[in-house]
Write a protein that binds this ligand. Structure first.
Ligand SMILES: Nc1nc2c(ncn2[C@@H]2O[C@H](COP(=O)(O)OP(=O)(O)OP(=O)(O)O)[C@@H](O)[C@H]2O)c(=O)[nH]1
Ligand SMILES: [Mg+2]
Ligand SMILES: [Zn+2]
Length: 355
């Protein structure tokens, strides 16, 4: 069918509805722009697409809009030069986070990702607490995370081994690879993970080498990269949009703009998997509603006391738990305000029509 080439599989085939398949064509979202999308169907070219008015009207949150990697029911026009997106197919996985900044809303990162690469560069970007944040987001979506430590050319081999050991200590099962875009060390190991028809996502702070890695995988300089900027210089992301790229070996890769902050909500599964030893302890606390802050009989605090879990890891777990609860409350309030506004708007329009 040709769609396998861009990630179509038996799982999606099972989700597809025959009557919609008869009416529309399948396509995958390759780019999300401000005003429109680019999709790719069986014809191997990119087509600009917009969602229908009905799609727009029925969408009730950011979750309902197409994300990079989504499969859609579409209609192509004018010799496949334009298309309309009618509906999304169910998603196998979805990477999302809280929008950056003060606003509490959901931002979609990518849909239908099989493996998420968390990139940290081996200079001062390496940070276990940040790694835990990414792991929470990825585990929440039940995607397999792989850690890629970039810029291995910048540190001595012993230091690299120490850093890998630090990650192993918090997550023994995790696949961790190191590589250098400069001297190509370890790139083969990354390539080995890239299976045809599977979709991968590159995540990590700005400047860690995501796009340089992608260019290396493509064997050319297709996408812009930039010299490392001054630390903390704001608003200087080289990659500004997410897009899905097909590699020669048949793997699909989504490059993303670097994230300055990674807020999450709705992450109970993510927290449970990422902090599995803490989740296990939580079940042993004396009180069901234990806050793990001061209670007698708190198994988490006991483990902390005995040095079984590190205070840094405990603090990060508590911080992310609190943050998620706060964002969830704010999000619910926001949704209620939006809904009330929607109702008011509709009743005004109705009155307006009556006159
Ligand atoms: N020393 C060294 N430098 C690297 C390596 N990989 C990338 N760089 C450099 O790091 C800088 C940033 O690389 P990019 O690939 O643009 O980083 P990015 O992660 O795509 O950044 P954003 O698009 O802003 O999110 C460039 O100057 C690269 O040349 C590496 O393995 N070693
Ligand atoms: Mg980039
Ligand atoms: Zn407790």
């Amino acid at each position: 069918m040709g769609l396998e080439k861009i990630g179509w599989s038996a799982w999606f085939q099972q989700q597809a509805e025959p009557e919609k398949l008869a009416q529309y064509q399948l396509a995958r979202v390759v780019t999300v722009n401000k005003e429109n999308y680019q999709i790719r169907g069986v014809a191997e070219k990119l087509t600009y697409a917009e969602v229908t008015g009905k799609f727009y009207y029925n969408a009730s949150s950011a979750l309902d809009y197409p994300a990079v990697g989504d499969w859609v029911y579409a209609q192509f026009f004018d010799d496949d030069s334009q298309a309309i997106i009618h509906e999304l197919l169910p998603r196998k996985t979805l990477l999302k986070r809280k929008t950056a900044g003060k606003k509490v809303d959901i931002q979609l990162i990518a849909a239908n990702i099989d493996i998420a690469f968390i990139l940290q560069s081996l200079d001062d970007n390496f940070n276990l607490r940040r790694l835990e944040r990414y792991l929470v987001m990825i585990h929440e979506s039940e995607i397999r995370p792989v850690v890629l430590l970039s810029k291995s050319d910048l540190i001595p081999a012993e230091e690299l081994q120490d850093k890998i050991a630090e990650i192993k200590a918090i997550s023994p099962e995790l696949t961790i690879l190191s590589f250098s875009n400069i001297n190509q060390d370890g790139l083969d190991n990354v390539v080995d993970l890239l299976k045809p028809g599977e979709t991968f996502c590159l995540l990590g702070s700005s400047g860690v080498g995501k796009t340089t890695l992608l260019n290396n995988l493509l064997g050319n300089e297709t996408f812009d990269t930039q010299q490392v900027r001054e630390k903390d210089s704001r608003g200087r992301h080289t990659t500004t949009r997410r897009q899905l790229i097909l590699l020669e070996n048949g793997a699909l890769v989504v490059d993303t703009p670097g994230m300055r902050e990674l807020g999450n909500f709705d992450i109970s599964t993510g927290l449970e998997v990422t902090f599995d030893e803490i989740s296990e302890l939580v079940t042993q606390c004396r009180f069901n509603d234990c806050t793990h802050t001061k209670e007698k009989g708190c198994a988490v605090l006991a483990a902390l006391d005995e040095g079984v879990i590190s205070s840094e890891r405990y603090e990060n777990f508590m911080k992310m738990t609190r943050e998620a609860a706060h964002y969830e409350r704010s999000y619910i309030e926001k949704r209620q305000r939006d809904k009330a506004f929607g109702k008011m708007y509709k009743s005004i329009m109705k009155d307006h029509k009556k006159k």
